[in-house]
Structure formats: structure tokens, C-alpha cells
Design a binder for this molecule. Structure first.
Ligand code: GDP
Ligand code: MG
Length: 163
């Protein structure tokens, strides 16, 4: 029970790093190997006196018949069903990919509020490149660095307004 936030996005964009940042503890497995966190992980975050659940999902992979990837896709759909709010994470270092576009198309059809989180915006130069993500058309777009935590406070401020 309680307000639930799901973190979705393709592998390696930094979902688990963001999950840990939101929880400020080390429960998820974060690794340099793409898509190491396969199953959903649940945690509890608290910001400005408001407590909410956070779900970290495995990566969303489309255009593949691979069973393993299909399983991940299913996990994301389940997480989206369970969530009250979705954090759609992208990676500024790769720019917008086909999988990001597919995910954006899926999420636009969701009735749940979606916040677009452009991650790995570690410095001002990357912030310039990150502006391309506005073209995905989400009203609420946040530039953050999950590694340094920069921008995560503004993101959390917005999350708790939905509770
Ligand atoms: P996931 O597959 O989406 O869960 O991605 P992970 O959280 O496992 O992160 C994938 C890689 O991106 C790891 O090497 C992280 O250290 C790195 N990473 C995550 N967030 C950031 C960030 O804000 N800046 C940079 N430079 N790297 C990041
Ligand atoms: Mg992960």
C-alpha cells in the first residue's frame, strides 16, 4: 500500500543508481555490465516528510524475440501497472535511442503521470546536449546526475507533489 513510484527505462541508463540515490542506501545491484539488475527491487524513500515506495525494474528492451528480454519487458509492464507515478530514465551520453522512442510511445499511452529523467547530466556541457530530450514531448523533464545527486532534489520535490 501507499504511493508507488516505478523507475523504468532501457538497460544501462542508470535506473539502479537513481534507485539507490532515492533510497540513499545500497540495496540494488549496480554494475557496469548492462542490465545487471533483472528483477524488480522494492525500496522505501522519504522526502520532505512524505514516504513512498520505489520500484527499480530491469531494462525495457523492444524489437527482440529473446525470451530473457521479453521477461524484462513484462516486468516493466507489471511495474507500470503497480505504480502511481513513473520515472522514465534516459541517458544523455547516448542521446535518444530507438528503444527510448519505443518506451516513450508506450508511456504516452499510460494514464499514469510520467516524469522524464535525463540522467548522467554530470556537468554543464552535458546539460546542453540533454536538451534534445525535450523532443520526446514530456511536460515534466528533469536533468540529473544520479552519481553526484545533482538535480535529484528538484526531481523529488516534483515526485512528492503527486502524493
Ligand atoms: P541500469 O541498467 O539502468 O539500472 O543502470 P545502472 O544504474 O546499473 O548504471 C549503468 C552505468 O551507468 C553504471 O556504470 C553507472 O555507474 C553509470 N551511471 C549511472 N548514473 C550515472 C550518472 O549520473 N553519471 C554517470 N557518468 N554515470 C552514471
Ligand atoms: Mg539496474
Amino acid at each position: 500500500s501507499g504511493f508507488t513510484v516505478a523507475i523504468v527505462g532501457r538497460p544501462n541508463v542508470g535506473k539502479s543508481t537513481l534507485f539507490n540515490r532515492l533510497l540513499e542506501q545500497r540495496k540494488a545491484i549496480v554494475d557496469d555490465v548492462s542490465g545487471v539488475t533483472r528483477d524488480r527491487q522494492y525500496g522505501i524513500a522519504d522526502w520532505a516528510g512524505k514516504v513512498f515506495n520505489v520500484i527499480d525494474t530491469g531494462g525495457f528492451v523492444s524489437r527482440s524475440e529473446d525470451v530473457f528480454e521479453r521477461e524484462i519487458r513484462k516486468q516493466v509492464h507489471i511495474a507500470v501497472d503497480e505504480a502511481d507515478l513513473i520515472l522514465f530514465v534516459c541517458d544523455t551520453t547516448t542521446g535518444i535511442t530507438g528503444q527510448d522512442q519505443d518506451m516513450a510511445d508506450l508511456l504516452r499511452r499510460s494514464t499514469k503521470p510520467v516524469l522524464l529523467v535525463v540522467n548522467k547530466v554530470d556537468n554543464p556541457e552535458r546539460a546542453l546536449y540533454a536538451t534534445e530530450f525535450y523532443s520526446l514531448g514530456f511536460d515534466n523533464t528533469f536533468m540529473i546526475s544520479s552519481i553526484s545527486g545533482s538535480g535529484s532534489g528538484e526531481l523529488l520535490d516534483e515526485v512528492v507533489t503527486h502524493i
